[in-house]
Design a protein around this ligand. Structure first.
Ligand code: ASP
Length: 446
């Protein structure tokens, strides 16, 4: 694939540097616009000044939305072709079993570590105990209608429902409804059957899927060139319209959640990379930067998947088949940050409502959060319905989720960055000890 290295751009700055600049520009300009671009109307409500409304409506919102749409547009062909090819390239059922097994162990163990960090942090710092009940009630009332919708979705998404949706009755419908786990299951079966059916027809099919994958990757490389501008636009829109004032009443909760996420990202991941993956963490983070910034500004693992796969494939230096397999599955199944956050919210709300959870119950919360990290959709706020259903299980009022909605978007940015970084770390760890890629699979004799 004729792609510049690590986002290198022959015409100037490397992509990751441009993205960082876009990120900083969006954040600083957004902060200034939030400070100076509003007026307070007669009822005391903050209103954007006309110039800011024009900038938001005509420039930054459409730029951000078009970029997100372009990324989401590529997700379905990418998930299907990457998984089919990943499985066919792994080929031998024994190797598939080994790589699949290692991936599963990675997901469960590392997600378990993440949730444990979150639970310990909430137990130590008790962020739910210090909230003034009046402030809490006001926050809950403010977001109650939004919370009601989430709770309804959470009740519909019972554990059994989530399990059943893994096997889709109609794979096209699963795609249309954004049920990526269903699409993945279909693609995995397709790949396994293709890998074990040595006919001329299957070889042609695999060649075609390779074509779909190559074309999608080519498109990704084009779309990613827009990322620095889109990242600036997305951040500007968010910060200029909402600022960070929502964080203040829940500062302790935000600090605990973000602090625990930071420990996972900057302590656990580097240790795994160093000791298990045998990769220098600094080099890893430099290479992963475009992925981290895209995740941070889109709050969506699915929207970040094109970038994740591109980095796994072209920058990380791990076998392509493993990157395709781990990152594609990981985009919905390996969500370390989300699982950690779920644990933090459940204990935080239990503290707020004065509900005592025993150690045994907390272990159950841990297990539910590991499953919740697998079941949550990779879209902004995808974990909220899952959290609502876990709250119900432990007798904590699920409407309490309204308490944290005001700060959710900011934490979502952070946890999504942890989620996708976890997919790349998983790729490095699972790749350890695996042989390099075989030559082009489409050219391989059946
Ligand atoms: N936004 C997260 C993701 O896409 C999911 C969540 O935690 O809400 O990875």
């Amino acid at each position: 694939m004729g792609m510049a290295s690590s986002g290198g751009d022959s015409r100037g700055l490397a992509l990751h540097t441009k993205m960082l600049l876009g990120f900083l520009l969006g954040a600083v300009a957004g902060g200034l616009a939030f400070a100076f671009g509003h007026t307070v109307d007669a009822e005391g409500v903050k209103q954007a000044l006309p110039w800011l409304q024009v900038v938001l409506t005509w420039i930054t919102q459409p730029v951000g939305t078009i970029f997100l749409n372009l990324l989401f547009m590529l997700v379905l062909p990418l998930v299907f072709s990457a998984l089919v090819l990943g499985v066919v390239e792994i080929g031998d059922p024994k190797a598939l079993g080994r790589i699949g097994g290692k991936t599963l162990i990675f997901i469960v163990t590392v997600t378990g570590i993440a949730v444990t960090i979150g639970l310990v942090a909430v137990n130590v710092f008790q962020p739910g105990a210090g909230i003034d009940p009046d402030v809490g009630r006001a926050l809950i009332a403010e977001s109650s209608s939004q919370a009601a919708v989430i709770v309804e979705r959470g009740e519909a998404a019972s554990a059994m429902q989530v399990l059943l949706s893994i096997v889709p009755r109609n794979p096209l419908q699963a795609g249309v409804e954004g049920n990526l786990i269903g699409v993945m299951f279909f693609a995995l079966l397709f790949g396994i059957a293709a890998a074990t059916t040595p006919t001329a027809g299957v070889r042609t099919f695999v060649g075609t899927v390779q074509g779909v994958y190559d074309i999608t990757l080519k498109l990704i490389n084009a779309v990613i060139k827009l990322a620095p501008y889109a990242v600036a636009a997305l951040l500007f829109t968010l910060i200029a319209s909402k600022g960070f004032s929502a964080l203040v009443p829940l500062a302790k909760f935000v600090a605990v959640a973000v602090g625990a996420l930071a420990v996972h990202m900057f302590v656990v991941f580097p240790l795994l990379l160093w000791f298990v993956g045998r990769m220098n963490p600094l080099e890893f983070f430099r290479k992963a930067e475009p992925v981290i910034l895209t995740a941070f500004s889109t709050s969506s693992s699915s929207a970040t998947l094109p970038t994740t796969l591109r980095v796994a494939e072209e920058v990380l230096g791990t076998p392509k088949r493993i990157g395709r397999f781990v990152c594609t599955l990981g985009a919905t199944a390996n969500m370390n940050g989300t699982a950690l956050f779920e644990g933090v919210v459940v204990l935080f709300l239990a503290q707020f409502f004065g509900i005592e959870l025993s150690l045994g119950q907390q272990v159950l919360v841990l297990l539910m959060c590991i499953l919740g990290g697998i079941g949550a959709a990779g879209v902004p706020g995808g974990s909220l319905p899952v959290i609502a259903s876990i709250l119900v299980m432990f007798g904590i009022p699920p409407e309490g989720i309204a308490l944290i909605l005001g700060v959710d978007r900011f934490i979502d940015m952070c946890r999504t960055a942890v989620n996708v970084t976890g997919d790349l770390v998983g790729t490095v760890v699972v790749s350890r000890g695996e042989p390099a890629d075989a030559p082009d699979i489409a050219a391989r004799p059946a």
